[in-house]
Every structure is written in structure tokens, then in C-alpha cells.
Design a protein around this ligand. Structure first.
Ligand SMILES: [Zn+2]
Length: 625
């Protein structure tokens, strides 16, 4: 599929590419940018973005841009280029097992949807949705439905095996051994995967009409007619072969386009909140499905946006565990902000009555730490000296949780200012808080349990309080000739030939990349092999493929040999000092190496000297092993 696909044509469907030398460059389709940092190497069929570090080949591109799995990406590429693929039956067994479940789910969604649109018994549901401001377009877009007040209306309609009914979460076998529907007398919010396939259902009971008094719990038996249901307000499908709560975000299938365009996703608390944001003109909201926001949701979100705005009611947002939030930020390279909605506010009401308030809350979303510090200070009495000291202490405890020292210090100055204290006095206090914290790792100040598991990474976070450094920062000057040599090895292997050795790469990642290249027939094979045991190596190789070497191969080899020889020489000299009885053996070698190092500066003799030094380095390396 890779060789059958014209990667430039493929990517051009999503981004405008311009030819520049041997590469194609353009604005990255994966992140927001104004100057192009996205490059494609047509010949090698790979792309790399210097902005967001996305890289890959045609298959990766389709996976990331369409948000589909590997198999689906290959299938789509095959369709595009008219290639027929035959599938290994064992590989498709899993999909075959799930196919009837997807089919049943699709039919169920359509069945419930049709009921809502036209069945007489859905009248109260339609009235309820209208009262919430949902017009026909909204109902159709979100494929809302109505599950009639009946035991087995869906089961009778679907006529599927009880296994399919149960596995899909649409029904169960009751005590009388009969198939029964999972949802009854509820407004249905179908839940879709990112590609738009329905995978589960959420159901909401109708509220008791105001003034009606309500029939009370249990009064909705046969004959009572459709009306307020019984049980919890919301009910969701259980996890099963086609659905996992932890990996699903309601609304992402509709939101992803706007999320990518804005580089921002709004996470709210329920299905109706998501719809409210769409109604208010912010079609980039998602919600968890009856579970707390967690690690796997972030893994999903980070493919779409770098900024995650929590649009919770202020109290709920304040309860999100700080340790978890910073860990998500660090681990997934996202920024988490909080759009504090007025306490007790319902986004649906806001969207209908005051959409400007809702839009302003999102536009003014604060970084998570700023939001928490503000809450502490807002609840404190800043009029008295004692009150300000107490507030400062509480705020510093919150600030101390942030993993980045520079960020902590900026907030510390802000707290000092608001509490009219000297920053240095607060720094001393912060130092004490940090020490206490280290003594009791895992305890996040201010985070209360109750919103799901407290912290998958709380204690891990406490130990690493330095600013995260990206791999690109490592190495500094040392890494540059190594990268250039790798570029040559990728683009002009004939120029560097066998003049490079692993020993010349002091950077571990570069050495791994070099070894992957020499161990494979071509770049693709190298990338593929690397993908399995170190994705960082695969990513580096793809990046190199869209970069062009700017230096002469001789210069690069000489520089690498010089650097490696100097390092090895320092080791040899230390050995000679430490064990004087070997001096007789080592001294002549040291003298020769020094001589060759001098020769490296002579343009006539440098290549021969480099060959000798390289031979020495490789021989030395072999004996050490
Ligand atoms: Zn990018």
C-alpha cells in the first residue's frame, strides 16, 4: 500500500504542499501554525512535522488524520488506489465477531430514532426535547431516540440471538429466560466511536412535569402510559466487545473537525452539555460516558488537540485531582484549562438563554493552576494581615503541586502580590511545603477523592518536580554532527558508505537510529523494525528523511571521528594515570592518537588520519567488550 500510494497527492487532500528542493512543505494538518513546519519526502513516502513532531508514512497519515486503526487505514488506501486486498481469516475473526454487534447497534439506533421522530407514544419525549430547545436538526444530527415504555420492543424488532443482544449491551435475558431490552421509557443518546459508528447508548428518563406531582416511583407499569421513567436519571450501556467507557468520549465523532481546527477540545459533564455547546456555536465539546476523565481519554484527545478545556461547574472542576491533571499535561503534552461556569449553572440553559456567557467562559478559560489559586484566594479573607498570611499559605500549598519550577515561581509572585507579602518570604515557605510533600508523596493537597480513581500517577509525579525537557534539548552541540551524519546515511548512503560506526554516536538515540539503518535494507525496513522496540528511533528516522544534509560527508565524518577520539583519548589518559604499570603499553598509543588528531586539521592528510583513528576506536571498543 505504501508503494502504491502517492503520499504527496494523499496529503494534499488535507494540506497545501509546495515543492522546496527535494521536499514538499506546507502548514501542518495536525496542529495550528502560521509558518510551515510540515515536510514530506515523496521519494521515501514519509512525512514529518517539526512543530508537533508528528511523523509517519501514508498509512500513519490516514490513521492520524481520519482517526482509524491500522487495518482500516490500509483498507482506505487500497480503495483509493484501486488495489484489492485479501485478508487473512485469523486476522479478521475478531472483526467478524464484532460485526453483528455493530449491525445490531446501528439498527437499534435507527429504530429508537424513528420512534422519537414519529411514534405517537414519543410525544412527551418530543415535548421534553423541544422544551430543552432541541429542534429537528439537532435531534437528527445527534440521532436522538426514544425507547418505548415496553419490555421487549427492541428485542422483538431486532430478532437477533440473545448473545448478540447481550454482547451489544442492547438487552439481557431476564429471569423468565426471555430477551428483554436494556432501555425502557428513556430518551436515547447514541454514543459513537470517532469514525461515527454507534457503539453504545445513553438513556435519560423524562423529568416529572412541573406541577404534575408525578406518578411516583413504580407507577409506570403497563397501562400507565409513557411518562417519567424509573431508576437513575441517566443509564449507560455496559462495557462490552464493541464499547469501553474508558476509551470513549461522547461527541468526539462530531467534534473532531472543529477540535482540530481550533486546537482545543471542551470536556463537559454530560450528553446534554455537549449538545448545548454545539447549539451555542462551539461544536468542539465532548463528555465522558458515566466515568471520570482518565488516562485513556487523554490518549485519545491528544491526537486531536493540545488544549483541553474542562467546562465543569466550578466546584466539580476544583475537585479534579491536581496530581492527575499535571501528569496528563506532562505525559500527553497538553495544556489543561478550566472554564469555570457559574456555580450550579447548566450549560444547556446557558446555551439557550445566555450563549454569550458560555462563549466567554470558554474564551476566558484559565490554566488549571491559575483557576485553583484564584479559588483559594477568593474564599479567603484578605482584609486582615492574619487572613492574608493564611491565604498565602493555602495558595502556596496549591502552587507547590505544579511540577515546573518556573511556573511555580511565577504563581508564587502572583500570590505574594495579592497577599501583600515579600516573594522571598513565600519562597522560604514554599521550600518547607515541598520538603513536607516529599516526606509524604502521593498526597495531593486540595484534591479530594470522589471523581474517579484519585491518581494513577500521583506519587510518581511528586518525585519529578523539574521542568520536562524534550528529547530535542538533549545533547546540545554534541548531537549536531551526529544528526548530520544520520541525514547523510539516510539521503546519501553512498557518500558515507562504511565510514560511519556506531561508536561515533555518543547520543544513545542517534546510535540506535544508526544501528537501525545499518541493520536494514532501506529506510522503511529500518523504521518498521524500530517502531516495535523504540518508537523514538522510528520518529527520528522519519524526521531525518524530510531533512536535507547541508554538510559535506568528509567534514561530518572528520568531526565525528575527532569528537569520539578526544573522548576515548581522555579515557586512555585516565587509565594511564590510574595504573602506572600499563603506561609503557599505553603511552605510544596516546602519542599516536594525539598525532592523528593534529593531522585531522590538515586538509591534505585528514582523511587518512580519520581512517586510522576510526580503526583505533573500533578496535578499542571491541577489546572493551
Ligand atoms: Zn504539526
Amino acid at each position: 500500500m505504501r508503494s502504491a500510494t502517492d503520499i504527496v497527492a494523499l496529503i494534499s487532500e488535507h494540506a497545501a504542499l509546495k515543492k522546496q528542493g527535494t521536499r514538499w512543505v506546507g502548514l501542518c494538518p495536525f496542529h495550528q501554525e502560521k509558518t510551515p513546519s510540515f515536510s514530506v519526502n515523496a521519494e521515501m513516502g514519509v512525512f514529518h512535522c517539526f512543530g508537533c513532531q508528528q511523523s509517519g508514512d501514508a498509512i500513519t497519515f490516514v490513521r492520524e488524520i481520519e482517526h482509524v486503526d491500522f487495518v482500516e487505514a490500509v483498507r482506505r488506501l487500497a480503495e483509493r488506489s484501486g488495489v484489492t486486498i485479501t485478508e487473512d481469516p485469523s486476522a479478521t475473526a475478531d472483526r467478524q465477531r464484532r460485526a453483528p454487534l455493530h449491525e445490531a447497534m446501528e439498527k437499534a439506533v435507527e429504530f429508537y430514532h424513528e420512534r422519537l421522530l414519529s411514534a405517537p407514544d414519543a410525544g412527551p419525549a418530543r415535548d421534553y426535547l423541544r422544551s430543552r430547545g432541541y429542534d429537528g436538526d439537532i435531534v437528527r444530527m445527534f440521532r436522538l431516540g426514544w425507547a418505548p415504555d415496553d419490555w421487549d420492543a427492541l428485542a422483538k424488532y431486532l430478532k437477533v440471538s440473545t448473545k448478540v443482544l447481550t454482547d451489544s449491551g442492547l438487552g439481557f435475558v431476564n429471569r423468565r429466560d426471555r430477551a428483554q431490552d436494556a432501555f425502557r421509557a428513556r430518551v436515547i443518546f447514541p454514543i459513537f466511536d470517532t469514525s461515527g459508528k454507534p457503539i453504545a447508548l445513553g438513556g435519560r428518563i423524562l423529568p416529572v412535569p412541573v406541577g404534575d406531582g408525578g406518578p411516583g416511583v413504580g407507577a409506570t407499569g403497563p397501562g400507565a402510559g409513557p411518562g417519567p421513567g424509573v431508576g437513575p436519571k441517566y443509564k449507560n450501556s455496559q462495557d462490552g466487545p464493541i464499547y469501553s467507557k474508558r476509551r470513549t468520549l461522547y461527541g468526539l465523532n462530531w467534534a473532531k473537525k472543529d477540535v482540530i481546527e481550533n486546537g482545543e477540545v471542551i470536556v463537559c459533564e454530560g450528553y446534554t452539555d455537549v449538545i448545548a455547546f454545539f447549539v451555542a456555536g462551539m461544536p468542539r465539546a465532548v463528555a465522558t460516558c458515566g466515568t471520570a476523565l482518565g488516562e485513556e481519554h487523554f490518549r485519545l484527545l491528544r491526537n486531536f488537540a493540545r488544549r483541553v478545556v474542562l467546562a465543569y461547574d466550578a466546584d466539580a472542576a476544583g475537585q479534579e485531582g491536581a496530581g492527575r491533571v499535571y501528569e496528563w499535561e506532562r505525559h500527553h503534552e497538553v495544556d489543561v484549562a478550566v472554564a469555570a461556569l457559574p456555580p450550579g449553572a447548566d450549560p444547556a440553559d446557558l446555551a439557550r438563554d445566555r450563549p454569550d456567557v458560555l462563549r466567554a467562559a470558554i474564551a476566558d478559560a484559565q490554566p488549571f493552576l491559575a483557576f485553583r489559586v484564584d479559588r483559594v484566594l477568593a474564599s479567603a479573607d484578605l482584609r486582615s494581615a492574619e487572613g492574608r498570611a493564611k491565604a498565602a499559605e493555602a495558595a502556596i500549598a496549591v502552587v507547590a503541586e505544579h511540577p515546573n519550577e518556573l511556573v511555580r515561581d511565577q504563581y508564587l509572585m502572583l500570590v505574594a502580590d495579592r497577599c501583600r507579602l515579600e516573594p522571598d518570604a513565600l519562597r522560604a515557605l514554599a521550600g518547607r511545603v515541598a520538603r513536607q510533600d516529599r516526606a509524604a508523596p502521593g498526597e495531593s493537597n486540595g484534591s479530594r477523592p470522589g471523581r474517579g480513581p484519585v491518581s494513577e500517577a500521583g506519587s510518581a509525579n511528586a518525585g519529578s518536580r523539574s521542568a520536562p525537557t524534550g528529547p530535542s534539548r538533549r545533547g546540545g552541540d554534541i548531537s549536531r554532527p551526529g544528526l548530520e551524519a544520520l541525514r547523510l546515511a539516510v539521503h546519501r548512503p553512498e557518500r558515507v558508505g562504511d565510514r560511519l560506526e556506531a561508536i561515533l554516536f555518543p547520543d544513545e538515540l542517534q546510535r540506535a537510529a544508526f544501528e537501525a539503518l545499518t541493520g536494514a535494507d532501506d529506510l522503511h525496513e529500518a523504521v518498521e523494525a524500530a517502531e516495535d522496540h523504540d518508537p523514538r528511533v522510528a520518529s527520528l528516522l522519519r524526521r531525518l528523511a524530510v531533512e536535507e544534509p547541508a554538510t559535506d560527508a568528509d567534514d561530518v565524518v572528520v568531526t565525528l571521528v575527532r569528537n569520539a577520539s578526544r573522548r576515548a583519548l581522555a579515557v586512555a589518559e585516565a587509565q594511564a594515570r590510574l595504573s602506572p604499570n600499563t603506561v609503557g603499553e599505553i603511552a605510544p598509543v596516546i602519542a599516536r592518537v594525539r598525532h592523528d588528531l593534529d593531522e585531522l586539521d590538515d586538509s591534505e592528510r585528514c582523511l587518512a588520519a580519520a581512517d586510522r583513528l576510526l580503526a583505533w576506536l573500533v578496535g578499542r571498543d571491541d577489546t572493551n567488550e
